[in-house]
Design a binder for this molecule. Structure first.
Ligand code: SF4
Length: 555
């Protein structure tokens, strides 16, 4: 212990700034428990232990760092134990909330699937996942009730049809969003398939990018509807036509929602098709090398972009990571068609694609298998998942369109859904998520059914998007919905609590209905009990319709 009472030197009186854990600035010292386990052993390495040890010896044999950390690198999370009230989410220890079963996320880069793969997922779901299968808003399919003993066989079946769970969760490049109409839409500016495939084939599962500060989300589209929610991804490439250089991409960085929403920023560059992978590597490397690691809640790329600004980010990208600067480029034009692709649309080859809406992304293995049968009967067997929890069936002959629509409707997949079935999204919620406070999917399904009845025949100038989250995180993107609902517990007037929602209104991403993306605002003081949600939405919609001026939309 120093005993001197003399004043310390001036330099030590200045407040020392804590390091942010940036590899190129602060070195590689682990700064929190997550960084320690990541430094100890790469998350990708857990696969061998799952196959050789854990699947053989069962749940109780799984080491803690693997169970609660590295398993994510292979798309595995423990799910919530059934029957635990949302009020206990914050008070119970994590292990008390946890079940001995897993959620498994199947990674589907670009949402590109075929009937054989769909049938494989359907079979896995019915054999190993109690017939669960949710379509996520990131083009993945999630299964529940998976036992550790079955994971190797599930991987074997998935990989035999070209699917995988590699880096579906964890501090890694997550599934790459791609335009669901890539390569088929008649009005496409540029087909992102080659660039997306180059990244997916070469850099997913690459140990150079398997220890990022936190999750890292990528999106690519060449469709004018800008159908990949590019404003809320860490890195996004949006198709544009350069007046001199032709089709290519406008580069966006630093978007993300969660509890602190940031919209991505344009760097003002034009990325030619043959430089997309190089630029993706550059941006990803900046995140790996300069991204903040000390605090988990500051470890997304959005915080670095917000601190640096787009000019500095572009300077570092071009100066330290790319072989040559990028040309300046134009911004993409405002979309003039919806990006959910619901309904029947002509492809550039004269065939048709049909966009189908399940209810809030909920499906089942049985449904997916039946859909594979439908695809085998009609079309080429190709399909796509979308970032809006929807499915597109491709390559349908005009003469088969009505039969396909009727067959899909029997499976609960609608080509002509009501406005609220079309736009409502819900996260996993209380049913399976350990962070959840309230139920989401069943609540949303009930509200949709109610609104369909109450507002039947009431014309809306444009669909009104309703997004429902089960906690303050934003897996269902509440800040970017016309009406965003954040789950929380409300007093029930009897000394207890009831599930309810805080309301955000007026958010939205690039679309035909609004000039630019904007984040919704919290309606101060307004909390709606879940049981009164349909009443509230109906009232809001009717008030809007009564008071709107001219061609005013809800947005
Ligand atoms: Fe779970 Fe919350 Fe995400 Fe919903 S928003 S899936 S409840 S973490």
């Amino acid at each position: 212990m120093p005993t001197s009472t003399a004043a310390p030197p001036a330099s030590s009186t200045a407040r020392t700034r804590k390091p942010n854990g940036q590899w190129v600035i602060d070195g590689r010292e682990p700064l929190n428990a997550t960084e320690i386990f990541k430094a100890d052993d790469d998350g990708l390495n857990v696969r061998e232990r799952i196959e050789t040890v854990y699947a053989k010896n069962g749940f109780d044999s799984i080491a803690g760092d693997d169970l609660h950390g590295r398993f994510r690198w292979w798309g595995l999370y423990t799910q919530r134990r059934p029957g635990i009230d949302g009020g206990k989410t914050a008070t119970l220890e994590p292990h008390e909330l946890e079940d001995r079963y897993f959620m498994m996320r199947i990674r589907i880069d670009g949402g590109v699937l075929n009937a054989r793969q769909l049938r494989a997922i359907g079979g896995i779901s019915t054999d190993f996942a109690r017939d669960t299968a949710d379509l996520t808003d990131r083009q993945n399919i999630q299964l529940h009730w998976v036992r550790i003993e079955d994971v190797p066989e599930i991987w074997r079946r998935l990989e035999s049809v070209g699917l995988r769970t590699t880096e579906a969760c964890g501090d890694v490049p997550r599934v790459i969003l791609g335009s669901p109409v890539a390569g088929i839409a008649a009005d496409e500016i540029i087909d992102p398939t080659p660039a997306l495939k180059e990244i997916s084939d070469n850099y997913i599962g690459d140990p150079r990018f398997s220890n990022l500060p936190r999750k890292y989300k990528t999106a690519l589209t060449g469709h004018p509807s800008q159908d990949v929610v590019h404003e809320i991804n860490d890195v996004a490439f949006v198709g544009v036509r350069h007046p001199a250089l032709g089709p290519g991409y406008d580069l966006w960085v630093g978007g993300g929602l969660s509890t602190s929403a940031h919209l991505a920023q344009r760097l003002g560059t034009f990325v030619p098709e043959d430089r997309v992978a190089e630029v993706w590597i550059g941006v990803t490397s900046i995140f790996r090398d300069y991204g903040y690691r000390r605090l988990r809640n500051k470890a997304r790329l959005k915080y670095l972009v917000a601190d640096w600004g787009p000019e500095k980010f572009r300077d570092v990208l071009e100066g330290e990571y790319l072989g040559a600067p990028l040309p300046d480029g134009p911004a993409a034009e405002k979309p003039d068609t919806p990006g959910d692709h619901i309904g029947v649309h002509r492809q550039k080859d004269g065939k048709f694609y049909i966009g189908l809406a399940p209810t809030v992304g909920r499906s089942s293995g049985t449904t997916l298998t039946a859909l594979a049968d439908l695809l085998d009967k009609y079309g080429s067997g190709r399909l796509r998942t979308t970032p809006h929890q929807k499915i597109l069936l491709l390559d349908i002959d005009e003469s088969d369109v009505d039969d396909v629509i009727a067959g899909a409707a029997e499976l609960g997949l609608q080509a002509r859904p009501s406005p609220f079935r079309r736009t409502t999204m819900a996260c996993t919620g209380l049913e399976f998520c350990k962070l959840a406070i309230v139920d989401t999917k069943d609540t949303a399904a009930d509200v949709i059914a109610e609104l369909e009845q109450r507002l039947d025949g009431v014309p809306l100038p444009a669909p009104i998007a309703l997004h429902i989250n089960g906690c303050p995180n934003s897996c269902a993107r509440i800040q970017t919905a016309d009406i965003g609902l954040k789950g929380q517990l409300l007093p029930d007037g009897d000394g207890g609590h009831q599930p309810g929602f805080q309301v955000h209104v007026g958010g939205g991403l690039a679309s035909a209905n609004r000039d630019e993306a904007g984040l919704g605002r919290t309606v101060r003081g307004l909390k709606i009990p879940a049981a009164e949600l349909a009443d509230y939405v109906e009232r809001l919609v009717r008030t809007f319709l009564a008071e709107r001026e001219g061609s005013e939309t809800f947005a």
